[in-house]
Design a protein around this ligand. Structure first.
Ligand code: PEP
Ligand code: MN
Length: 354
């Protein structure tokens, strides 16, 4: 699929390819200070959002076209390539006429085929690198579909940005990584670079380093990291922005793995399995946590731990669903017996706690 995708950047920008800069361009001064510091640390691609899609109205929605001038200055004065987010036909026209080097498409936009087609039409016949963020919802076909619309419009320098997927409720991550989805994308379109956005996955500064390392361990080509000269004062996404200096330290400490191509297909599948296993373990630990809460309730209400009716029900319903998905019901019953045993063991521990 899309075999003739071209390298994103003609020169060798190394691995990881690093794109850094603020979530939003706020003022000319903030843009210039951040860019100058980044350039001093050797960063070659600068990002800044000019048009900001915000969840709720009333937040800072970007400085608009005025910011394109600032990006032009960054380009001239630092020599960095500049990247910004586009979501409409008009954005594309304005970004192109301002000489923006790289465009990216945000997660809310890539979830919308009408918007993707509008952008693809606006880019028809233009040769510019475009980075497509994963849609907010975990739908690989929707992500690929958006990329394909750009490809069909003639865009060949394409990359995918993994920025995590929305989930309801509070979690450790702002957006769940679900690593197996980008890995599967990479397996289907191996020639397209995969870039990790630890800022939007993690949502907080402390998670940037571990997520970046994880991306390197999984063989990603690049990182896009929100960087601000004064993160605590940022007008958007301040909890996840880091200073250029912190970015430099993180990049220095990254262990970049050597990706040998020989067993590439197999190793991709194995990485996908590793990622799914990590999710299974995370789900199991969540299940155990809830099970311990049930244990606590049973203790407080002087109830026995094992309730046979419920157990049979769990076994049978799970086995039935699994069978519909092509697994043997005996296998799933065995798995659930083991899970149930561990769950009972944990509840007994609570019951017997003084
Ligand atoms: C961004 O990169 O600042 C942004 C808006 O990201 P996302 O589309 O991933 O939310
Ligand atoms: Mn942001």
């Amino acid at each position: 699929m899309m075999e003739d995708i071209q390298p994103l950047i003609p020169a060798d920008f190394g691995r990881p390819l690093v794109i850094a800069g603020p979530c939003s361009a706020e003022t000319e001064e903030q843009v210039m200070i951040t860019a100058t510091e980044l350039a001093q640390f050797g960063i070659k691609i600068f990002r800044a959002g000019i048009w900001k899609p915000r969840t709720k109205p009333g937040g800072f929605e970007g400085v608009g076209v005025e910011g394109l001038e600032w990006l032009r200055r960054v380009k001239q004065e630092t020599g960095m390539l500049v990247a910004t987010e586009v979501a409409t036909h008009q954005h594309v026209v304005e970004a192109l006429s301002a000489g923006i080097d790289i465009l990216w498409i945000g997660a809310r936009t890539s979830a919308n085929p009408f918007a993707m087609q509008e952008i693809a039409d606006a880019l028809s016949g233009v040769d510019i690198p475009v980075l497509v963020k994963n849609p907010v919802n975990p739908d690989l076909d929707l992500w690929i579909g958006g990329i394909q619309r750009l490809y069909n419009a003639g865009i060949r320098r394409l990359a995918a940005i993994h920025r995590g997927f929305s989930a309801y409720g509070k979690h450790m991550y702002r957006n769940m990584p679900q690593w197996h989805i980008p890995i599967e994308l990479h397996r289907r379109i191996p020639q397209m670079p995969l870039i990790c956005d630890p800022s939007h996955i993690g949502g907080k500064r402390d998670l940037i380093a571990p997520l970046s390392q994880q991306a390197m361990d999984m063989g990603y080509s690049g990182l896009i990291i929100e960087t601000h000269c004064a993160p605590d004062c940022a007008w958007s996404d301040k909890a996840q922005q880091i200073t250029p200096e912190t970015l430099h330290d993180i990049l220095q400490s990254l262990v970049v793995r050597d990706i040998s191509q020989s067993t590439e297909n197999l190793s991709l599948l194995r990485r996908e399995i590793d990622a799914i296993d990590a999710e299974i373990i995370e789900a199991l630990s969540k299940r155990m946590r809830i099970s311990r809460e049930i244990g606590q309730y049973k203790k407080e209400h002087n109830m026995p731990v094992v309730q046979t009716g419920r157990y049979d029900d769990v076994l049978n319903t799970r086995a039935k669903v699994a069978e519909e998905m092509g697994m043997s019901s005996d296998f799933v019953k065995e798995v659930y017996q083991a899970i149930h045993e561990e769950s009972v063991r944990q509840q007994l521990e609570i019951l017997n706690r003084k």
